[in-house]
Design a protein around this ligand. Structure first.
Ligand code: ADP
Length: 391
């Protein structure tokens, strides 16, 4: 089955074309366009390039297009990308202004350019569809809840992949099977002992998710991808009382406060140096105190959320690191795991130091909790879900 995964940014269009089969898949072509003003033109250009390069003979050989949509009003899951999806995306443009309009435009355009292909949207919130009402609810008045203000959770594609892969690596094929079929069958009971995971997706944006028997119980990201762990230039968790106080005291508008919290906060705001953790590390090593504080604050927040889910899960079988910082950040992983031996979390310093961007168990051989690094590949995750839905 040929599946094109479309990654639509506010001014970019990237794609990967996968050939998917029952037991895996491979990328057979990819492309990227920057400074996009007309999605119709670049999508048609990409389809023409695939034919010119001999990858496909006709555009209708592409069976499906997958979209990693972020957040839809009143809609989530892995669903066919029809007008309902476009309406859901446009209903929440105010919450995800950089993400929702390009996906709505892209889905419309693919519907015209590839009328025979099935269009599938996988919402980043999909993995959290079955979290409890208590964990999804903010204590706000009913009229706020009525307009959709609740905890959604994000990075769902990445964390669901961790749910599957961690179960496979820990010999829990029963849980892996439930996790793989989650969007088809919903959560299913698992016989025997529970399989509990804390998944740390640490990258340009970061989130920590608790997973029981293949299903998320909650995430550090709540109503928007703005919350939770400090991000590259986004604030993460912030007391709601700070916003009116900063507006009054600094004399800034609501729009300006929102801009500063999304563009000038996080690692960049704390360090004053960079939104890339590698630069922050270099500065911290050279004795820069704000850079040190940025790293310590990030680690503190990851531990805070990991600890919350560990407690809620009532135990832990695996602690997983994924995405750019999770896969490469030897020192961050060491700091997150420090002094947790009484919880059964024993990091092997040598294995940790030797693990760069590769799948590996980095706990000691006798650690009750397995600590695992699993590389993220969100396009492949998306292609797999589309394949499962259509198979
Ligand atoms: P995104 O969320 O943008 O997809 P990634 O998952 O690719 O981001 O993660 C990007 C981040 O990973 C970079 O900002 C950088 O801080 C971090 N990173 C990449 N390589 C390394 C490395 N070798 N060591 C530590 N951190 C790294």
């Amino acid at each position: 089955m040929l599946i094109l995964v479309a990654n639509l940014g506010s001014t970019s269009f990237k794609y990967r074309l996968f050939r998917m089969e029952e037991h895996g898949g491979e990328v057979i072509a990819k492309g990227a366009y920057e400074r996009v003003t007309d999605y119709a033109a670049v999508i048609d250009e990409a389809l023409a390039t695939l034919q010119r390069d001999g990858i496909i003979r006709r555009a209708d050989e592409i069976d499906a297009v997958g979209f990693k949509t972020v957040l839809g009003k009143d809609l989530s899951g892995c669903v066919f990308a029809d007008q309902t999806v476009i309406d859901a995306l446009e209903g929440f443009t105010a919450v995800a202004p950089a993400h929702n309009p390009p996906y709505a435009a892209g889905i419309r355009q693919f519907g015209k350019s590839l009328p025979t292909a099935r269009l599938v949207a996988l919402f980043e919130t999909a993995f959290y569809q079955w979290t409890s009402a208590a964990s999804a609810t903010y204590a706000v008045p009913a009229r706020w809840r009525d307009i959709g203000i609740r905890r959604y959770g994000f990075h769902g594609a990445s964390h669901k992949f961790i749910a599957e892969r961690s179960a496979e690596l820990c010999g829990r094929e029963d849980v892996a099977r439930v996790a793989r079929r989650l969007y088809l069958d919903g959560p299913q009971p698992v016989a025997g002992s529970p399989f509990r995971v804390v998944s740390c997706h640490l990258g340009g944006s970061s989130s920590v998710t608790g997973i029981r028997n293949g299903m998320a119980i909650g995430s550090s990201m709540g109503f928007s991808p703005q919350s939770g762990v400090p991000q590259n230039n986004r604030v993460g968790d912030l007391d709601s009382g700070a916003i009116p106080y900063a507006m009054h005291t600094l004399g800034i508008s609501l729009d300006e406060a929102a801009r500063q919290l999304t563009k000038e906060s996080g690692l960049l705001g704390l360090s004053g140096i960079s939104n890339d953790i590698r630069d922050v590390y270099t500065a911290a090593a050279a004795g820069h105190p704000e850079a040190r504080l940025a790293l310590d604050t990030l680690v503190h927040s990851i531990r805070h959320w990991a600890g919350a889910f560990h407690f809620e899960l009532g135990g832990l079988e695996a602690l997983v690191f994924t995405a750019g910082i999770g896969e490469n950040g030897v020192a961050i992983r060491a700091a997150v795991c420090q002094h947790l031996e009484s919880f059964g979390i024993h990091l092997d310093a040598g294995r940790n130091a030797a693990c760069w961007a590769t799948e590996a168990v980095i706990s000691t051989a006798d650690s009750p909790v397995k600590i695992i690094v699993i590389p993220a590949n969100e396009e492949l995750v998306l292609a797999r879900e589309v394949f499962r839905k259509l198979s």
